[in-house]
Design a binder for this molecule. Structure first.
Ligand code: NAG
Ligand code: NAG
Ligand code: NAG
Ligand code: NAG
Ligand code: NAG
Ligand code: NAG
Ligand code: NAG
Length: 428
């Protein structure tokens, strides 16, 4: 209900916006995790994304995945059926190795006539995940497809990208998480935007990062905290040409905002994904996306009071750390104790119609009261302080409860004795 109301309002606002280049928000969709989705399920995913004001999916496809063709057919057919939702291809050059040029060309040409294909500046948009050994393929790919290429070649670094940018049309950065205990700033976005030299910049935003997948030798986390709210604040200020949310359904890296489909969870990740739903993060998106697109959020009115909370279910020293490192040593970062980056806190974001009191309780401990001193968005952090138990949240105004919800327990009883470093997310 609230989403429809806000959607209606947004469209009213956009009609009055000036004729600047339109802005778009996409979500990175891992095709490989969607092999079991029926076309009906694809349509349902697309409707959920549309309700959040997401414009489309960037379809991550791996060349060795024998389901790729089947996945693309269902995705494009579903998007055509639902309507008013776009797709573009994101060729993954790391998972399963580099794509042969001819297959890239054929795949783009096969889907570019679909009414669901996203066109940017009049050309079918195409992206990548990495592929820095195949940069010289792109003049030919662009010539044979007429595509608008916005690759993610983040591992190149901005200086080397500046030397090869004439091969493509823009840049998408994968640098969405902070190093160590730092907060993620706009610094990398400014540097990448500069390196595009006037070409479009697609800015990444991601809510979280934790992965433990022994089959790919991955086991690290980056600081999550208020990344979801802080990055959208940065997007509002920086006004990039395009935004890509990382991700819709990458369960193995814990940054999904779409529904959890058990069949799509990679081997070994169920321990930290199955009971860690993230859907409520999407409830903030209409506000975030409307703010970014309209560029002036003072005129966005909140249709319904909403509180979104997130926290890890286990205190940071309540079990084995699972060998997880804070930071990613394989990428040259200094390995840190994950407990030094994973704060024992409940994170809260509220969207309220008027100034309101927010109350939080862990177990049967004392209630913490916080004041949201303005209409619109406010964020809060409540330390666990050693408290455990189920959580309760209220929004109160004029001594009346306007919204209430409960959340799963914060508990030192870790599944398999290993701290679950993924977030659980819920809302009123
Ligand atoms: C590809 O290059 C040829 C030769 O320069 C040119 O005629 C053709 O229009 C180009 N095709 C596209 C799609 O850019
Ligand atoms: C990160 O931001 C939070 C506010 O969201 C602030 O309290 C904290 O000091 C910042 N940390 C660093 C390392 O700058
Ligand atoms: C901006 O890009 C130019 C090259 O295109 C480079 O010389 C300059 O150092 C860059 N500035 C920043 C702040 O990254
Ligand atoms: C987590 O990672 C470690 C180190 O790679 C591995 O030994 C362990 O099996 C992984 N756990 C799962 C559930 O994959
Ligand atoms: C990790 O847990 C310890 C013990 O509860 C706490 O003192 C510390 O502040 C936590 N780490 C962070 C980054 O919050
Ligand atoms: C809880 O509140 C009571 C009454 O105000 C106070 O005496 C007590 O110290 C509080 N407990 C904690 C852990 O803050
Ligand atoms: C709450 O009270 C204030 C004045 O005390 C009033 O202006 C406001 O309309 C009231 N809000 C609601 C939702 O009743």
């Amino acid at each position: 209900m609230v989403l429809y109301q806000l959607t209606f309002l947004l469209f009213a606002l956009i009609d009055h916006a000036t004729a600047a280049m339109p802005k778009f928000v996409f979500a990175h969709f891992i095709g490989g995790n969607a092999a079991s989705l029926t076309q009906d399920q694809w349509e349902s995913e697309i409707r959920l994304a549309k309700h959040s004001l997401i414009d489309g999916f960037a379809l991550n496809i791996a060349q060795q995945d024998t389901n790729t063709e089947n996945i693309l057919q269902k995705a494009y057919a579903a998007a055509e059926n639902v309507g008013d939702f776009s797709l573009f291809l994101s060729f993954d050059y790391l998972s399963g190795g580099p794509w042969p040029v001819d297959r890239v060309v054929d795949t783009i040409n096969k889907y570019k006539e679909s009414p669901a294909q996203f066109y940017y500046n009049g050309r079918p948009l195409v992206s990548t995940f990495e592929g820095v050994a195949n940069i010289n393929d792109w003049p030919g790919i662009r010539n044979k497809t007429g595509c608008f290429a916005i690759p993610d070649w983040t591992s190149l670094g901005p200086q080397r990208f500046a030397e090869v940018r004439h091969n493509v049309d823009g840049f998408f950065s994968w640098d969405a998480w902070p190093a160590g205990a730092n907060n993620k700033s706009l610094y990398s976005d400014r540097v990448w935007k500069n390196a595009t030299h006037g070409r479009p910049y697609m800015m990444p935003v991601s809510p979280w990062f934790y992965t433990n997948l022994s089959q790919w030798n991955k086991n690290w986390l980056w600081k999550g905290a208020q990344l979801w709210t802080e990055r959208w604040e940065q997007i509002y200020r920086f006004q990039p040409d395009l935004v890509q949310i990382i991700s819709w359904n990458d369960y193995g890296e814990s940054h999904y905002i779409g529904p959890v489909h058990a069949d799509g969870i990679p081997q070994g990740a169920a321990r930290y994904v199955e009971n860690n739903h993230h859907d409520a993060w999407r409830e903030l998106l209409p506000y975030f996306i409307a703010s970014y697109k309209f560029g002036d959020r003072s005129r966005i009115r909140i249709a319904r009071d909403t509180l979104v909370y997130w926290y890890r279910p286990n205190p940071n020293q309540s079990g084995s750390n699972g060998g997880t490192t804070g930071n990613c040593p394989q990428q040259g970062q200094q390995a840190m104790d994950p407990a030094a980056l994973a704060e024992d806190k409940i994170y809260i974001a509220v969207l309220v119609k008027e100034p309101s009191w927010i109350s939080v309780q862990i177990g049967s401990n004392n209630i913490t009261s916080l004041y949201a001193d303005r209409a619109g968005l406010s964020t809060f952090e409540v330390p666990f302080d050693g408290q455990t138990g189920n959580t309760k949240f209220w929004i109160m105004r004029n001594r009346t409860e306007v919204a209430y919800t409960t959340g799963p327990a914060i508990t030192a009883d870790c599944v398999d004795g290993i701290v679950n470093w993924n977030a659980i997310v819920g809302s009123t």
